[in-house]
Design a protein around this ligand. Structure first.
Ligand code: FES
Length: 129
């Protein structure tokens, strides 16, 4: 069996939603101290819906594929749904990652959480109870 699924290879070779949103409502930056990879996530939010999302990942192929898939999973979705996105769900949507690469999908979950934390920091009135 191939080490990486076709979906992982597709999202690695043709990552979706790459880039920067200059006027983002929420920005998250996370990194993995062990491998040194870094992920940035930018969110545009209107009426509690993620209307646009972009990312920049300076890291391994699994981290790029994970961030690409994560953006696809939250784009157009309510903020509450994005908050619940787990790295496991990202890995499953990619048809799996090798065990030793699961930590790469954690970066995607953490980057979204960090961007949402930034959004709520800037918009305390929107914070759910
Ligand atoms: Fe660092 Fe994949 S090896 S995130």
């Amino acid at each position: 069996m191939a080490l990486y699924s076709e979906k992982v290879m597709d999202h690695f070779r043709n990552p979706r939603n790459v880039g920067v949103i200059e006027e983002a409502d929420g920005v998250g930056e996370v990194g993995n101290a062990k491998c040194g990879d870094i992920m940035m996530m930018y969110l545009m939010i209107e009426n509690d819906v993620i209307v646009d999302v972009k990312f920049e990942t300076f890291g391994c192929g699994s981290a790029i594929a994970s961030s690409s898939m994560a953006t696809e999973l939250i784009k157009g979705k309510p903020v509450a749904e994005a908050m619940r996105l787990t790295n496991k769900a990202v890995a499953e949507a990619l048809d799996g990652l090798p065990d030793y690469k699961m930590h790469c999908s954690v970066l995607a979950e953490e980057a979204i959480q960090a961007a949402l934390t930034d959004y709520y920091h800037k918009n305390p009135g929107k914070r759910p109870d």
